[in-house]
Design a binder for this molecule. Structure first.
Ligand SMILES: [Zn+2]
Length: 261
């Protein structure tokens, strides 16, 4: 288990490095493959040995080797966050068929949340690629374990949440954009595979977080009733809450409902 957790953390560093590229380039409609990363200050291509996740940033003390231009702290932070999330998922699910799907899911959520937080945008390419990879993992898991009912549940949850979001978007486009509708399919599928209740918990956590943050910002005088919050960030956070706290919340709820006769 420890080896798996460490391996996932190291994989998370590398995936996080790629997510940095995705988060910067996709909203600017640039290719994620070409050209290779270069310093935004002097344009010098970044050598392989200066492109190691977190480590290079520390060794270079956050500055370009050629021109001393500062390199944003955001890069090592995203890499560390991905590594931390991957390690927690490894500890949560252990070795098995579910882990790869949830790792891909978490990486997709992190990229989408970062892009949505900055640009109020959930690029369809990122949603589609994440959903396709999660679906492929779940199909492979189903073939290996023959848990066809579980796959059907996951797809039904994806379709159900897509439909629910689609209706809200149709009736009140100002409340949530079509990016959120697409994202809801990915959420429904990945959470529905684990436990359909996680989906409900994820949506409730997202809306609760949105209401708390919104009221906090209004009280602090930093927002008004008409201000927007990036709903994709809230949905992604809610999904992470469901994955890690879902079982505890369900148990707590059962105790609260059935515990006092
Ligand atoms: Zn430079």
């Amino acid at each position: 288990m420890l080896i798996l957790t460490i391996a996932c953390a190291v994989a998370g560093l590398c995936v996080g490095s790629f997510l940095n590229v995705v988060v910067y380039r996709v909203p600017r409609r640039l290719s994620v493959v070409r050209p290779a990363s270069a310093c935004p200050g002097c344009g010098t291509p970044i050598a392989g040995y200066d492109n190691l996740p977190v480590l290079s940033w520390l060794l270079l003390r956050g500055r370009c080797r050629s021109c001393d231009e500062p390199i944003s702290l955001r890069y090592p932070l995203v890499e560390s966050a991905t590594a931390g999330l991957f390690a927690l998922l490894a500890a949560r699910f252990g070795a098995g068929w579910t882990l790869p799907a949830e790792l891909v899911f978490a990486a997709g959520l992190l990229a989408l949340a970062l892009i949505d937080g900055e640009h109020f945008l959930l690029p369809r390419s990122v949603v589609y690629v994440s959903a396709a990879l999660v679906a492929a993992d779940l199909v492979a898991a189903t073939i290996a374990t023959r848990a066809w009912g579980r796959l059907l549940t996951a797809l039904a949850c994806g379709a159900g949440s897509f439909l629910a979001f689609f209706v809200v978007n149709f009736l009140r486009p100002a409340w949530l954009g079509f990016g959120d509708v697409r994202l809801s399919f990915l959420l429904g599928m990945a959470l529905g595979w684990l436990n359909p209740w996680y989906l409900l918990i994820g949506f409730m956590a997202a809306n609760l977080a949105g209401a708390s943050v919104g009221i906090g910002l209004i009280l602090a005088g930093k927002a008004s009733m008409s201000s927007r919050l990036p709903y994709g960030v809230l949905l992604a956070s809610g999904a992470i809450v469901a994955i890690f706290a879902g079982d505890a919340i369900i148990t707590g709820y059962r105790h609260a409902v059935h515990g006092f006769h």
